[in-house]
Each structure stands twice: as C-alpha cells, then as structure tokens.
Design a protein around this ligand. Structure first.
Ligand code: NDP
Length: 334
C-alpha cells in the first residue's frame, strides 16, 4: 500500500529537513505488527528530532513521531489481529525506529497497548507520551504516599506544556489539591479550568536557593522543568514529600544538597515513560481510561488539544522547543 510519510533527511552539513513523501509498505522497518496510523502527537522530544537536536536520530532517512495510534492492518503477533485499535508511546519509536508521522507504521507487538473501548485513537494521542508520563508521575507519587487531602498541595511545574497540563487534568480529577507554576500568566484561567486550585509565577521557583531548606510548601511535585527549578522545589518540600522528576525543559543539570533527603526524608522519583515495562504501562493506561470515563474530563482533554495536519507539524518544532505550545497537539496521519 502507498501512504504518505513525513520523511526527515540530513545533508552533508548535518542540516535536517522534513518533506512529505509517498512511500510503499516495503520501505517500512521490520516488525510483527503493521498499523494504519490515524493519529500521532507532538512532544518536546519530537521538536528536538524534527530540528536535528540532541543526536537522538542516528540513521536517515527517518520517519519521526514518538507516539502513534491507529488500527492494526496486519499482525504476526497472536495478541493483535487486523482491526484492533492500538496505541504506542515510547520504546524509542520515532528515534531509533520509524515512528508515527506516517499513514503506516510497522512495529513490535511488545510495544503496543490495546486501547480500552472508551478511548478513541485521537484521545489516545491527546494523552500520548506527555499524558502517559503525567499519569505515571502521579501514580508514582501515590505509591509514595502522596494522596489527596494532604495538608500541603501538589506542585506542577511547566504547567502550560504537555506533561504539566496533563498532570493538572489527571491530578484534579483524582482529587489532588494542585498548584500550577507557569511562565505564562495569560494561561492562568486555562490552568485553573484544567484542575489547578492556584497558579504561581515560575520566577518564584527559578533560582537555586542559597539555603538548603526553605519553608515547607509542597507535599508532592510533578516536575517537567528540572535544573534550578527542581533544586528550588527540593528545598521547599514538606517532610516525607515526593517529587516525580519528569523533564528538563529548564535544563538538565541539578545542583543541590543532600539536606532535603536527610532532614526531611524527601523522595526524588525518576520517571521514564520510554522504557516503562508492559505491566506498569498497562496499569497507567488503565488509570487514564478510568479518568477519561468522566465526560467532563474527556471534554477538558478535548479542549486542551489542537489538531494539525502531517504537513504542518515540522513548522511547530521551534515553538515546542521554545515552550510556546499550549496543551497537546495531535497530528492527523490518515
Ligand atoms: P512542553 O514544551 O509542552 O512543556 C514544557 C513547559 O515547561 C513549557 O510549556 C513551559 O511551561 C515550561 N518551560 C519551558 N521552558 C522553560 C524554562 N526555560 N524554564 C522553566 N520552564 C520552562 O514539553 P512537554 O510537556 O512535552 O515535556 C516537558 C519535559 O518533560 C521535557 O523536558 C521532555 O523532554 C520531558 N519528558 C520526559 C518524559 C519522560 O519519560 N521522563 C516523557 C515526556 C516528556 P510554562 O510556560 O507554563 O512555564
């Protein structure tokens, strides 16, 4: 079958360019399941790949797109049959394996998740890697005792972005008292609608504090920013609190002290959605499906999601890298 793909190529000067190209099935990589891709999504990592930043892609030509959702066209894997609705996030698809920015993908069945009946392929991509990571972070916090009803709130940094806005949506639906940190005060009303009880300016958290401990402020934190923001948040964690470190939008360095861990028993939880094994992965998707069963939450997910065509996604890469994309962007691939 002939399908359209967004193909990345790199010239002798290492400049990466993207073009819409007609491909045949026989160009697809090896894999036991072929998927007719309906939707993909745009994430921070997609922005890096589309711009050729970070050396994430080694082999060109390459089809990017770290997420995909669609219908199985053919399968040599007993767990999947033609017609099944599936989603894929992570496993370095879109980096080392051709990804979702195409009408067709061929992947390993081990990487696929069967979509619950109530979750559409478009909704699965509105969730995508960002929404999955946000739910993974919240379940990790819950596993470490961060339950709704605590004395102090749960902070969400990078709140306007994909991980942050998803964390507000899920966390609000799960009953957490959430505070959103953002550099864009004009987004405050949207963040409150999503699930935040309060919004603060990210400048409050931007500096690595001179003192190792500040007033106890947060019971939990979903952190998409890293760097000095994370160092600041660690110093403000309440006794026994937990931080789920998801991202590095504000830098990948971390200069802190051991004092919050020694004197306040703070937990720093690493969140990796990419190689998350199948069992916890299915559990996270199960929590997503539970939350999305609430029509009001599903409507909010829809409202924070923008649709773009395959031919438009490359032009959005600089915007997502500059932190200017709000909420989730889904890419129509069929
Ligand atoms: P987005 O670009 O959608 O969101 C990031 C947000 O961070 C921005 O919207 C902005 O929010 C804030 N921000 C941007 N730049 C800065 C800065 N210099 N300092 C402080 N805040 C900043 O990205 P995603 O939400 O998709 O991803 C967020 C991070 O999480 C990325 O680093 C990404 O690589 C990582 N990630 C990690 C995953 C994992 O498995 N661990 C999976 C998915 C993503 P605001 O304007 O509201 O402040």
């Amino acid at each position: 079958m002939v399908f359209t793909a967004l193909l990345l190529d790199r010239d002798d000067d290492k400049k990466v360019t993207a073009s819409l190209t007609e491909l045949d099935d026989d160009r697809l990589p090896d894999g036991d399941v072929t998927v007719d891709v309906e939707w993909s999504s745009l994430n921070y990592k997609d922005g890096m790949i589309l711009q050729g930043i970070g050396g994430l892609v080694r082999n060109y030509p390459h089809v990017p797109g770290i997420d995909l959702a669609g219908t199985v066209a053919a399968s040599d894997d007993d767990r999947f049959a033609a017609g099944d609705r599936v989603a894929l996030t992570g496993w370095r698809v879109g980096e080392v394996h051709w990804g979702g920015y195409a009408g067709r993908a061929r992947v390993s069945g081990d990487w696929l998740v069967a979509l619950p009946d109530q979750v559409s392929t478009r909704q699965a991509m509105a969730v995508g890697t960002a929404g999955f990571t946000a739910m993974q972070a919240l379940t990790a916090l819950e596993d470490h005792g961060v339950a709704p009803g605590a004395d102090r709130p749960v902070l969400v940094t990078g709140a306007s972005g994909g991980v942050g806005s998803s964390a507000l949506l899920w966390g609000g639906a799960m009953g957490h008292h959430l505070v959103a940190s953002t550099g864009r005060p004009e987004n405050a009303d949207d963040l409150l609608t999503l699930g935040a009880a309060d919004v603060i300016d990210r400048a409050e958290l931007a500096e690595n504090p001179a003192r190792p401990l500040l007033s106890e402020r947060w019971h939990g934190c979903v952190d998409a920013v890293g760097g000095d923001t994370l160092a600041h948040v660690l110093a403000e964690m309440a006794y026994g609190g937990s931080v789920a470190a998801c991202g590095l939008a504000g830098g990948n360095g971390l200069s802190t002290t051991v004092i919050p861990f020694l004197l306040r028993g703070v937990n720093l939880l690493g969140i990796d959605s990419v190689m998350c094994p199948p069992e916890p992965r299915q559990r996270v998707w199960g929590r997503v499906a539970e939350v999305l069963a609430d029509e009001a939450i599903a409507a909010r997910l829809g409202a924070m999601t923008t649709d773009v065509a395959l031919g438009e996604v490359a032009s959005l890469a600089p915007e997502i890298l500059a932190g200017q994309v709000k909420g989730r962007v889904v890419v129509a691939c069929s």
